[in-house]
Design a binder for this molecule. Structure first.
Ligand SMILES: [Zn+2]
Length: 398
């Protein structure tokens, strides 16, 4: 029994591996989901931008508050210093007063005025009285002076504390400025993300609108249940990740001096999937004389114009594709490779507004005509995939 279960599991896992994942055509709902996905991304990016901008405003307000605090502290320090000056003045006065007390009680000239005054008492009562008067007055002045000195000390300490606080506030302002810079950087990134997402949103929204006009319902498989003519409603990048290594045009690299396609490589190499650049019908799955694996797809655009796209050097085909198969930009046709005449793993993508190998197409019925036509179109300003779709020198999404 256990053996049987293991065998079943092996069979099941074999199926999981080899069962086609993407045989069924894309439904309109999948496009609607994409629209919603990118709409959410745009919304989230905008919400993040708003949140970040609020943080920036808060940080700016905190800086303004800190600046006000620094100003208040400076004023406080000024008044503390004024108090110190006043106290010093008062101390001077008190010491003057003390001197005056002595002068007041000075009964004769000489150095021992104080003692002479005290001992000049004519009775014990008078002596005690005189001693206490002088003591009280001098003690009082000493007390006042002591209090004033304490006040000065306190004010000096306060000034020290306030200076420390000022430094802290200045540090805080610096930190806030750094934070604002960081947040502003985040806003820029978020805005870039929002732009990318809204570009994608626009592409998918156009698709949804187009297929709805074609009478497609969300559950309809595009090209199967509706829009059976499988019109190319938009042009897409042939890989999720890609980098351009050569554009269409005159070159010294090729033997005949012209490069007929766009060369794309990926850091994922042979595991990079190749997708049709638009909806269409597979017209050939073939090899060239050098052994390069090739897929050719016919397209008809919304204006009824006929196109061919050609994907060369594939390492493997999607085993589920077949000639005559209706494909969408989401049906992968194979993997990037270096089969045939190729220096390194890449996709060589050719595209032109004619039907390659179609006997009724006078421009492109043969390979020779096709290459001549691509050159002719190049001289008219057509640059292949670069003309049809947004193709930067490097990308990481379709
Ligand atoms: Zn090439």
């Amino acid at each position: 029994m256990k053996k049987i279960i293991i065998r079943l599991m092996v069979v099941a896992s074999a199926f999981t591996i080899f069962l086609p994942v993407c045989v069924s055509a894309t439904t309109l709902q999948e496009y609607i989901d994409k629209v919603n996905q990118y709409q959410n991304e745009v919304n989230e990016a905008n919400a993040s931008i708003n949140r970040t901008e609020e943080e920036i405003t808060a940080a700016q307000n905190a800086i303004t508050a800190a600046q006000q605090d620094v100003k208040d502290i400076a004023n406080e320090i000024v008044s503390l210093r004024e108090e110190i000056d006043e106290s010093n003045e008062e101390i001077k006065q008190k010491s003057l007063e003390t001197k005056q007390i002595f002068q007041y009680y000075q009964l004769s000239q000489g150095e021992n005025t104080y003692l002479e005054y005290i001992f000049g008492a004519d009775s014990i009562t008078d002596l005690v009285y005189r001693v206490s008067i002088v003591e009280q007055l001098t003690e009082y002045n000493e007390q006042v002076t002591k209090e004033l000195e304490e006040l000065i000390e306190n004010n000096k300490q306060k000034e020290k504390d306030l200076n420390k606080k000022t430094k802290e506030l200045e540090k805080k302002q610096e930190d806030l400025k750094v934070q604002i810079q960081k947040l502003e950087g985040q806003v820029v990134d978020l805005q870039e993300g929002a732009v990318k997402a809204s570009d994608q949103l626009k592409i998918y929204q156009e698709q949804v609108n187009y297929y709805r006009k074609q009478g497609c319902k969300p559950s309809d498989r595009i090209g199967v249940d509706c829009a059976k003519d499988n019109v190319a409603a938009g042009w897409y990048r042939p890989t999720v990740r890609g980098n351009i290594s050569q554009w269409v045009g005159w070159t010294s690299v090729n033997l005949d001096g012209f490069h007929y396609g766009t060369d794309i490589w990926s850091d994922r190499g042979r595991s990079e999937k190749i997708y049709p650049i638009a909806s269409g019908t597979i017209s050939a799955i073939t090899k060239d004389v050098y052994g390069a694996l090739i897929v050719i797809i016919y397209h008809t655009d919304m204006n009824g114009k006929k196109w061919t796209s050609l994907y060369c050097h594939l390492s493997a085909y999607n085993p589920n594709i077949y000639v005559g198969m209706k494909v969408t930009p989401n049906t992968y046709i194979g993997y990037m490779g270096d089969t045939g005449y190729a220096f390194g793993v890449h996709l060589h993508l050719e595209v032109a507004d004619c039907r390659l190998y179609d006997a009724t197409d006078r421009n492109c019925s043969t390979w020779n005509k096709w290459t001549k036509y691509i050159k002719k179109r190049y001289n008219n300003g057509f640059r292949g995939a670069k003309t049809l779709l947004k193709l930067p020198s490097s990308w990481s999404s379709r």
